[in-house]
Design a protein around this ligand. Sequence first.
Ligand SMILES: [Zn+2]
Ligand SMILES: [Zn+2]
Length: 243
Amino acid sequence: MSKEKLDGLLKSLVTKALKLEPQSDDAALVASCHSKFGGPPYAEVGDTWPSCPTCKKELTFINQIHNEIEQQLFVFYYCNECFPCGFGDEEKGQWIVKLYNEPSRSKIVEINRISNDEFAPTPCMVITSIVEVLPDWEGIASASEEVSELCCKINDDSPWEEYEEAVERAGCLNDYATLLGGYPRFVQSEAGPACPECNSEMIFYAQVDSEDEANIMWGDVGLVYFFRCPVHKNQFQLELQCH
Ligand SMILES: [Zn+2]
Ligand SMILES: [Zn+2]
């Protein structure tokens, strides 16, 4: 009975996300508007390859994600030397997100690094699929107190197991993955940064998993999370979590 109630409560919280699975592919060796890892990034007139303000080395282009709903391309660069985790005292520019509106083939310009990149990901295109997701156990406490309390009632010793089973029953993704939208699946504790411009609570935008295929490893099999201001749509905050 309680399990049925739990399943019912979860139904309204299920949302969709875009799952991106990298697959090594020579098509990633050219700049494009598509989602991909490594290879040359999408860039437009006026862009140059970004460098880290701290160590002065050129950043690594990690990946780009085509957001079809917003007609935007999200392009992510990162400094593997400085290894920023998103803390407030880190110098700005150790990671960069560039957001391009209405990206198109005709706007692409080639930008190149001067130095070789020892951290460059293996060039990969991505296989995308729409998946249904629910918050993780940490996230459900703030999304629905009723759900977390019900799980505690059903299984007092390990309520999170009860919750995970319910997530499985709902047919939702129950693993780490690179995602656009949906809910973050945290390695450590819940995070929700505030916008530096307006102090609004930022909204989860995407997460980039450690991806063997693309040769990307965040610390010890961690993930990078991106949050965006609901008002200032170019304001992103990064958070890196690992085991
Ligand atoms: Zn650096
Ligand atoms: Zn803001």
